[in-house]
Design a protein around this ligand. Structure first.
Ligand code: ZN
Length: 417
């Protein structure tokens, strides 16, 4: 096992740990730990809500989830010798749930969760159809995930960090803030909001205190969106064996990570659509000096995906086009066509006895594949969503004899209101 350079004590809150991480992006967050090119090391990560979501049969905690506190990130890690213009090579050597024999109170200790967030508190990809809060608890047995809330399904985890990235420069941060505020200004009262401006409330910026904290918290970027520095990309293929090349914008690169997922479908569509958990990640870092210029990677990481995908050979795929549910034609709108493909899949799965919420949760959490199949055939883009048939313990393919009805069990817990 590599040296644990960033330990977390599961019994303590994020802010009471030996090293206090951060939940906003800012170049002035001081590095907690320094590593060298060529080092391999272990980092512990809290689940993104720092323990606010519980292993029970109520979704009230998801309804009330404190979005101002996320994501709690481990780091920043300074990489010796890294300078703006370099590419930081990050190998994901290993990644997994909290190593512990018994299941405990924290997500990652033998279990994890998926949430549908209420429109009033974050929303999701299909928030018009699913405006309320729901939660599913998944149990981990080795690599496998099953749920008392979604019977008839089990799948192999595709463990990955939802979020990893380097610190922005002051200049890059101010660009983010300007362009996101301009978008918000087009419809400032929208629910859910178009973007999330800096929010000093609940901002944690490592060891920054007092006036330094106050100044930085007023401009530090929220962690929800992916940006030029990587960030919350939620790429399910960042599994063990991945190699990521991050642009470096500040001295030391200041790498941070968190938001570990046991599994996720492409798009993480329920917003908290992955199986969220705390755990560990083993990383190896190296540098390509001047690599941003050499390889034309001036922004946005490039990567080599991991090599430990679950092996599913047969898929049932659903397609959608850029036509609204009301029948209005839109022009090559791939967001809409992916929504329509997902809604078709949900409609289909309900014929087997699942509730729409159960079907939505399966699409968010299981290793489903999403694709932009066609983006040029005016006026319709075509998106597709591929479900591995092997995740079901019954025959999910269409046949002349009709669908087998499963017992949906207790179903997906909904929040009280
Ligand atoms: Zn996540």
């Amino acid at each position: 096992m590599p040296k644990v350079v960033y330990p977390l004590d599961s019994s303590k809150k994020f802010t009471d740990q030996k090293y206090v991480g951060h939940n906003r992006w800012h170049p002035d967050v001081p590095a907690n730990v320094t590593v060298r090119p060529g080092d391999t090391f272990r980092v512990d990560c809290r689940e993104w809500f720092d323990g606010a979501i519980h292993n029970d049969d109520s979704a009230d905690d998801v309804r009330d989830a404190p979005l101002s506190t996320v994501h709690v990130l481990s780091g920043p890690f300074a990489v010796e010798g890294a300078q703006p213009g370099d590419l930081l090579i990050v190998d994901i050597v290993d990644v997994g749930p909290i190593p512990q024999e018994d299941s405990g109170p924290l997500a990652g200790q033998g279990w994890g969760y998926t949430g549908i967030f209420a429109t009033q508190n974050g929303g999701g990809f299909l928030t018009e159809q699913f405006p309320d809060a729901y939660k599913v608890i998944w149990d981990f047995t080795g690599q496998k995930a099953t749920s008392r809330h979604v019977p008839g399904v089990s799948f192999t985890g595709i463990v990955h960090p939802g979020l990893m990235g380097t610190a922005p420069s002051a200049d890059l941060l101010s660009r983010w803030n300007r362009r996101e505020q301009a978008l918000i200004d087009t419809d400032p009262d929208r629910v859910p909001p178009l973007a999330l401006p800096p929010l000093p409330q609940d901002a944690i910026l490592g060891t920054l205190q007092g006036a330094d904290l106050e100044r930085a918290a007023a401009e530090a970027a929220r962690t929800a969106p992916p940006r030029e520095n990587g960030g919350n990309q939620d790429i399910k293929n960042f599994t063990k064996g991945s190699r990521v090349f991050y642009p470096v914008f500040v001295d030391g690169a200041k790498l941070s990570m968190g938001d570990l997922h046991f599994s996720q479908g492409d798009g993480e569509i329920t917003f908290c659509g992955a199986i969220e958990m705390g755990g560990f990640i083993d990383l190896h870092v190296d540098l390509i000096k001047g690599g941003m210029e050499t390889y034309g990677v001036s922004e946005n990481a490039i990567f080599i995906p991991g090599n430990v995908d679950p092996r599913y050979e047969r898929w049932l795929a659903f397609s959608g086009t850029s036509v609204t549910l009301d029948g209005e034609q839109r022009y090559l709108d791939s967001h809409l066509s992916y929504q329509r493909a997902c809604l078709h899949a949900i409609d289909y799965l309900t014929k087997f006895g699942y509730s729409p919420e159960q079907a939505y949760m399966i699409l968010g959490a299981a290793p489903i594949e999403g694709r932009l199949s066609g983006v040029v055939d005016i006026p319709n883009s075509c998106s597709t969503v591929y479900i591995p048939t092997g995740i079901f313990d019954f025959d999910v393919e269409p046949s002349a004899s009709g669908p087998t009805r499963i017992d949906p069990g207790m179903g997906v817990p909904k929040s009280s209101f």
